[in-house]
Design a protein around this ligand. Structure first.
Ligand SMILES: NC(=O)c1ccc[n+]([C@@H]2O[C@H](COP(=O)([O-])OP(=O)(O)OC[C@H]3O[C@@H](n4cnc5c(N)ncnc54)[C@H](OP(=O)(O)O)[C@@H]3O)[C@@H](O)[C@H]2O)c1
Length: 285
């Protein structure tokens, strides 16, 4: 049995669907009992656990052949990232007590970067979980193609998408969540020992301008990207309600300046199969 956290979200759902498609038993680990029914209907066992509840997670992970771990996104963390440390402490205590046979953990491109930025949170997670007694795979995913979900309405209604990824013709490592789900499910069914890092991006890197062209073709209207001036980001993010926009700005700088990159570079990353256009079509439909 494979215990899947984040199953009601994009990646966890894709991991579970891949396992179920090859008849692997799945335990849906979720915090909201109201979201259990579709998974129970597919034959999943259901365990209720918030990601910071060590006792409930221990019960959820017990007896698992593999655990898929996904931490909820945190775009506006407190200085020093106390929240991720608190969550990972709970998760680590549950994994230590339940002793599943292996762990696949969703991480990110740039988790190893020493420069301060938002993605340090997943670097902290990797460091805290590296010493677990079972085999651990950190699946470092590129920028999700599905982040373009935020752009669909603007593309359709105004034809202009604001971009923080700049310059607009610079290729960015991106991946579809379907490919992450496929690889995570394969890792869960595989065998390795010790700590493993797997870095994943799509079949080719894509530019913000290509996202605009993709939407244009799908929507049948002109769509273009517009670079949001760097000096306005802080005020913009603060006006959107962020308490501390700096870590997010540092992350965007990291992508734009190229220091948020895979440890093994583009040549060393695993490549998914989903093209940008397929991911954008799914978002539009
Ligand atoms: N976006 C990117 O470009 C990118 C790139 C690399 C890595 N990542 C990583 O990908 C992850 C996000 O993946 P995703 O897009 O699949 O997420 P998502 O669709 O936003 O889903 C989040 C999942 O986490 C669950 N969750 C949220 N808070 C929880 C809590 N307190 N206790 C238990 N479960 C909780 C949600 O459950 P509910 O349905 O109950 O809310 C949902 O199942 C993050 O770790 C992020 O750092 C993102």
């Amino acid at each position: 049995m494979y215990a899947i956290t984040g199953i009601t979200g994009q990646v966890g759902g894709a991991v579970a669907r891949n396992l179920l498609s090859v008849k692997c038993p799945v335990r849906a680990v979720l915090r909201d009992a109201g979201k259990a029914a579709p998974w129970a209907a597919r034959g999943c066992d259901v365990a209720l656990a918030a990601i910071d509840d060590a006792a409930a997670l221990t019960a959820a992970f017990r007896g698992a052949e593999g655990v898929f771990l996904l931490l909820p996104s945190s775009f506006d963390p407190e200085p020093g990232f106390p929240e991720v440390r608190r969550i990972v402490t709970a998760v680590k205590s549950a994994l230590t007590a339940a002793r599943p046979a292996k762990l696949v953990c969703l991480s990110t491109i740039g988790a190893q970067a020493a420069q301060p930025n938002l993605l340090n949170q997943l670097g902290i997670m990797e460091q805290m979980l590296a010493s677990l007694p079972m085999p651990v795979a950190f699946l470092r995913a590129a920028w999700f193609m599905e982040n373009a979900a935020w752009d669909v309405t603007l593309a359709r209604e105004t034809g202009v998408i604001p971009s923080f990824l700049q310059p607009l013709d610079k290729p960015v490592p991106m991946v579809a969540t379907a490919d992450i789900g496929r690889l995570a499910a394969a890792l869960l069914q595989g065998t390795w020992s010790g700590r493993r890092i797997v870095e994943l991006e799509g079949p080719r890197r894509v530019t913000p301008n290509e996202i605009a062209r993709g939407f244009s073709g799908i929507l049948g209207r002109p769509v273009r990207m517009e670079a949001v001036p760097r000096e306005t980001w802080g005020a913009l993010f603060t006006a959107q309600g962020m308490k501390d926009p700096i870590p997010r700005i540092q992350m965007l700088d990291g992508f734009n300046e190229g220091w948020i990159e895979f440890e093994a570079g583009e040549a060393g990353s695993t490549k998914g199969e989903t093209e940008l256009e397929t991911a954008l079509r799914d978002l539009v439909s």
